[in-house]
Design a protein around this ligand. Structure first.
Ligand code: HEC
Length: 112
């Protein structure tokens, strides 16, 4: 028997190969606080899919590197769809790139 739930998980997460960089613990802490004051929890849970993907699933997909952190910080600011299915993430145009970077660093720190 093929375990289809495991296969589905892998097709959903689509982990990208890459080398993880060490995150600045202060940045990660700041990101956690910023997230708690923002609207992220309306659509994201740490460990369960909601309207948006679980933060842990995002951490499983993306290597913890500056390239992906920048990419994801831009996406949090601009919003968008298509990476995890059809739901749309609202834009956060008032967020600075610095704050979005801290938030994404926190999310990617949740891998394990
Ligand atoms: C209105 C619901 C909603 C809110 C509010 C929201 N998100 Fe999202 N988020 C989503 C959805 C839906 C996706 C999946 C988008 C896709 O498939 O491209 C997503 C995806 C993401 C991703 C992964 C993007 C990718 O391309 O893989 C990150 C990182 C993220 N959100 C962070 C945040 C942060 C940080 C906040 C708070 C500032 C936030 N989100 C607020 C719905 C939301």
């Amino acid at each position: 028997m093929i375990d289809t739930s495991d296969l589905k998980d892998r097709e959903y997460i689509r982990a990208i190969e890459g080398v993880d960089e060490v995150l600045d613990p202060e940045l990660v802490k700041r990101g956690k606080v910023l997230i708690s004051y923002s609207d992220c929890a309306e659509c994201h849970k740490p460990d369960m899919r909601a309207k948006g993907p679980a933060f842990q699933d995002i951490a499983k997909r993306y290597p913890t590197s500056q390239v992906y952190i920048n990419l994801l910080a831009r996406k949090v600011i601009s919003g968008g769809t298509g990476s995890w299915g059809s739901p749309v993430m609202a834009a956060h145009p008032k967020l600075t790139m610095d704050d979005a970077t801290a938030m994404v660093s926190y999310i990617l720190s949740l891998e394990d």
